[in-house]
Design a protein around this ligand. Structure first.
Ligand code: F6R
Length: 248
């Protein structure tokens, strides 16, 4: 079941999403939380940091598993997702670094890294809540539009559209890695609860296609409609093209 929560703006989206993640951690203090990088979750992470610093939220038993990582970027590279997570969340909260998992982009043995990550997810006992953003092309994690859905963690060739979208963080388009490790659709869909967030006019078209269109690997996020517990939290701009019927 997919429920849609419309918010006034980005801050409202961030607070509502942070509330759901916080409730999950309060109800189960050793929750396994799947995390995303990108611009959209930044406000959520800032809110969680604030609540943790106030003493309202305790990450000491929480485990996190990130969706993806670029291939070939070392941990200390400012654009690696490892670095992103340290800077924007982990170093500000009381999480045990040993409980945070991100694919190792420097392991060039792809098969080994993918199998290791898949096993690690299984060993956590499963993801309780998976946070997702959505790419302009409908990707979730780095599951790019394709002819089929990939089940498990795998290494992908990034599409031109993703390379262009992500080049805003690099000095030039040429510097954006061409490959990344990503959790597969099967692993994402195995999460007990999914929270997908979107903000801004730039996401309006893909949100409309995801909700109104068919379920297809050509728009990977569309598969979320087959999940039993998924919440889309999006601001008015991101929902601006959606048929109003869906917001009743
Ligand atoms: C990031 C990730 C991506 C992003 C998506 C949206 O870990 O998995 O799927 O969620 O590209 O990115 P933003 O939020 O920057 O628009």
């Amino acid at each position: 079941m997919l429920r849609i929560i419309e918010t006034r703006d980005y801050n409202d989206m961030s607070r509502k999403a942070a509330n759901i993640i916080s409730a999950q951690i309060i109800l189960k203090n050793d929750s396994v939380i799947g995390l995303a990088t990108g611009s959209t979750p930044l406000g959520i992470y800032a809110t969680l940091i604030h609540w943790c610093k106030k003493g309202d939220l305790d990450f000491s038993k929480v485990k996190t598993v990130n969706l993806d990582e670029y291939c070939g970027l070392p941990k200390e590279h400012a654009q690696s997702y490892y670095y992103f997570m340290q800077e924007n969340l982990f170093k500000h909260i009381n999480i045990d670094p040993g409980n945070t998992y991100i694919p190792n982009g420097m392991n060039l043995n792809r098969k080994e890294e993918c199998e290791k990550y898949h096993k690690m997810i299984e060993q956590t006992g499963g993801i309780d809540l998976q946070l997702l953003g959505i790419g302009n092309n409908g990707h979730i994690g780095f599951n790019e539009p394709d002819d089929q859905f990939a089940n498990y963690t795998h290494c992908v060739e990034l599409t031109q559209s993703t390379i262009e979208a992500n080049s805003r963080f690099f000095d030039s388009k040429e510097m954006v890695p061409k490959q990344a490790y990503t959790m597969g659709i099967g692993e994402i869909m195995s999460a007990k609860q999914i929270l997908i967030v979107a903000s801004g006019k730039g996401k309006a078209k893909v949100i409309k296609e995801m909700i109104e269109g068919p379920v297809s690997p050509k728009l990977p996020a569309s598969i979320l409609k087959f999940h039993h517990n998924v919440t889309l939290i999006a601001d008015q701009e991101a929902l601006s093209l959606l048929d109003q019927e869906y917001l009743k």
